[in-house]
Design a protein around this ligand. Structure first.
Ligand code: UD1
Length: 349
């Protein structure tokens, strides 16, 4: 297969390219405008896999460039895995138009190209944020959606709907939305991982940057939730396990195993873990003690969510291979890799 990976220099995109190059014979082309990543990401992929990735620096909202400089240059793709999107929840509340413009127009332009160049398969990065605060846990794919809190969440919800509607109109086309829970960790070599621009918001980069002195505080956002230790519960899933699910999903639809033209899958480990348990897992797997503080709840946070993942297990044959300890130790190896690099030292928040 020849696959187009959008956002291939980003966190999940780069790990997916690594999985494809390490485990399959599929050909990969990436498109990324480095809005939250950097060209060095491709060098890291090459260091790990020994293979160069052909890549384009194009903003997907620019249909003319996308069409003329990518789709007309490359021969036909067998499928597209679409990661490229803005994803900071708080920023989306402050800049909703930027989020709707970027995330929706990028996807719509890709669908236009799918129509024009007759591409048969599409995988969309969705999020458990579409469930909002669910009444019953774990959430299944049948749990009602649409109570999402942020413009970011609405771009995922709308993206799913656009894809579903599009799928019904096109012959010989199959699509999947994967609803990620909380992606964490780094490639087990420690040579590729998450590199958010500026100060991170997500828990694990905050933990690793705090542990190495880049940040001066680690605040637990609220310990008065109705959970076993008072802190919020999430389903943390190793990024390499997320990456592998895309390969399985693409092979599944290209082999025409999916009857429905469009389907959604939860992608989580199926286990709820509290913030304090994440911190303990980090301490246990790295031997580093975290001197955290307890702060107030973070606006917009929900109390608890975790996945029922039986559908992705049963249909795609996916299962999580790595643990939360693997996620913490690999995230730490990646952080140490960054610490050792002078250039990243300068980029510290
Ligand atoms: C959010 C989004 C999710 C998105 C993910 C990755 C929602 C509901 N969730 O997940 O869709 O895929 O970001 O971008 O919109 N925490 C602390 N201290 C910190 C940082 C985080 O205690 O310094 C806590 C949070 O309050 C939360 C947990 O850690 O309880 C996880 O937070 P985070 O990593 O930011 O992910 P979510 O908010 O769950």
């Amino acid at each position: 297969m020849k696959l187009l990976i959008t956002g291939g220099a980003g966190y999940i995109g780069s790990h997916t390219i690594i999985d494809i190059l390490e485990n399959t014979d599929h050909e990969v082309v990436s498109v990324d405008n480095f809005s939250n990543s950097e060209p060095a990401s491709y060098d890291r992929i090459e260091q790990i896999t020994g293979q160069k990735v052909r890549h384009y620096d194009i903003d997907l909202t620019d249909y003319k460039r996308l069409k003329e400089e990518l789709f007309e240059v490359e021969s036909a793709f067998d499928g597209i895995i679409h990661f490229a999107a803005l994803k900071a929840v708080g920023e989306s509340v402050e800049k909703p138009v930027m989020y709707y413009h970027n995330n929706l127009n990028s996807q719509i332009n890709l669908l236009k190209c799918i129509e024009k160049y007759d591409i048969p398969a599409f995988i969309f990065s969705s999020s458990c944020t579409v469930y909002g605060e669910a009444e019953t846990l774990p959430v299944t794919e049948e749990t009602p959606v649409s109570k999402t809190e942020s413009p970011y969440g609405y771009t995922k919800l709308a993206g799913e709907k656009i894809l579903e509607d599009f799928s019904k109109t096109k012959d010989n086309f199959r699509a999947i939305s994967l609803r990620y829970f909380n992606p964490v960790g780094a490639h087990m070599s420690g040579k590729n991982g998450e590199l958010p621009k500026g100060r991170p918001n997500n828990l694990v980069p905050v933990v690793t940057q705090f542990a190495s002195g880049w940040l001066d505080a680690l605040a637990v956002h609220g310990d008065d939730y109705e959970t076993r230790d008072g802190t919020a519960i999430r389903d943390y899933i190793h990024v390499s396990d997320i990456a592998h699910a895309h390969v399985l999903a693409m092979e599944y639809i290209v082999a025409q195993k999916q009857e429905a033209v469009y389907d959604v899958y939860n992608l989580g480990v199926g286990k709820g873990v509290t913030v304090l348990e994440v911190i303990k897992a980090f301490e246990a797997s790295t031997g580093k003690k975290l001197d955290y503080t307890i702060g107030p709840r973070r606006a917009g946070d929900i109390e608890a969510i975790y996945a029922d993942n039986s559908k992705v297990r049963n249909r795609l044959g996916w299962e999580p291979r790595l643990t939360i300890e693997d996620a913490m130790s690999s995230a730490w190896r990646w952080q140490e890799h960054l610490n050792a690099s002078r250039d990243y030292g300068k980029a510290r928040p």
